[in-house]
Design a protein. Structure first.
Length: 362
């Protein structure tokens, strides 16, 4: 609920009743201890962005207009490495989100993603409206003036956005070793181990001052190549940017482990029993863990083959028979049927469609 409270903070600052938005997404905030299904949270995220025409939730001095996230993705897509992609993201965000400065530092085998306030993220009520106290929250509760929920959410949101985008661009989960957040420990801090890292620390900013978030990870990860293309981006943008809240969370660890094993084994196709043996777990345990993470063994295998097939057909001139064989299909006809099910067209037609498109178009 703490993340919902933060997301709605911009509405509270503008004295906008969130009831209609909450009802439309099936979220009941009467019970502050309740858990919100992540799909409904993502739906609220996107609906709020559209209503305000602001992907920054009304939390900043200027709106981050709808479409900003899409162009952030497109700007990063052609980068050769994750380091360059994050550099481009930093420059783009400087234009659309001047209240927060993003940078990346690398030293002695460690990398740090830095998000710094360029000015205090205090509430910005519209003209002629009374000032909203710093301890007000969208649920109408009065806290102890410890943390402004909007400021807390601003850091949570941007770190999550950049981390999720980085994982997607690299095609793998990227572990954050530690994060220092520039505020006091929030009431929902227990969820930070799930969403960010178990080593989440809190260093309150001096009242009226500016704070800096520092997320640390292995510097070698900055050298990862960008593995996504325009075809994959179109799929990724469906339901974005709210969709990114469902990706690359630490509670999806089993999904990532199974996907990595399947990919490494290609063109050999592994069964669930094979995966279980390599992870020293029972097939039933893996099935249960995947179900808890909202996935399945068949779903992971199909998604992996689909993503790799789309990338190969748009980025290489490899014969379709070779693509099918490399993805573990015993014969081309099985690959053909699967590809038509994924895209609605034959592999050759799909390749020609993308070959005929001018660069940078959809």
């Amino acid at each position: 609920m703490g993340f919902v409270t933060g997301m709605l903070a911009g509405l509270a600052r503008r004295q906008i009743d969130p009831s209609r938005l909450l009802a439309a997404t099936g979220i009941d905030i009467a019970d502050t201890a309740s858990r919100i299904p992540i799909e409904r949270y993502a739906a609220l995220y996107n609906r709020l962005n559209r209503e305000l025409d602001d992907e920054g939730f009304g939390l900043f001095a200027q709106p981050m207009r709808v479409g900003s996230f899409e162009f952030l993705c497109r700007g990063c897509l052609s980068a050769p490495t994750l380091a360059e992609a994050l550099g481009r993201a930093s420059r783009f965000l400087h234009i659309v989100l001047p209240d927060l400065a993003v940078s990346v530092r690398r030293s002695h085998g460690r990398a740090e993603l830095v998000i710094a306030e360029t000015r205090p993220l205090a509430p910005h009520p519209p003209p002629n409206l009374p000032h909203v106290p710093r301890d007000a929250d969208p649920l109408g509760h009065k806290g102890g003036g410890v943390n402004d929920p909007g400021r807390v959410f601003a850091f949570e949101w941007l770190l999550r956005l950049l981390h999720g985008l980085s994982c997607w661009l690299a095609g793998r989960g990227i572990a954050l070793d530690s994060v220092i957040f520039p505020y006091r420990k929030p009431a929902h801090f227990a969820d930070y181990a799930l969403i960010f890292t178990e080593d989440s620390r809190f260093a309150p900013t001096v009242p009226g001052g500016v704070g800096t978030l520092v997320a640390s990870f292995n510097a070698n990860l900055l050298d990862l190549p960008i593995r996504r293309d325009e075809a994959a981006l179109d799929t990724f943008l469906e339901g974005a940017p709210g969709k990114i809240t469902t990706l690359y969370r630490r509670d999806r660890e089993m999904v990532i482990r199974v996907r990595d094993l399947l990919r490494a084994a290609l063109p050999e196709t592994l069964s669930l029993d094979d995966i279980a043996a390599r992870l020293y777990l029972s097939p039933r345990t893996i099935h249960r863990r995947l179900e808890e993470e909202g996935s399945s063994f068949r779903g992971i295998k199909d998604a992996l083959r689909r993503d790799m097939a789309l990338a190969r057909l748009t980025k290489t001139d490899d014969p379709i028979t070779k693509v099918a064989a490399d993805l573990g299909y015993a014969d081309s006809s099985a690959f053909y049927r699967a590809f038509v099910e994924w895209t609605g067209m034959a592999p050759l037609h799909y390749r020609r469609k993308w070959a005929d498109k001018p660069p940078g178009t959809n």
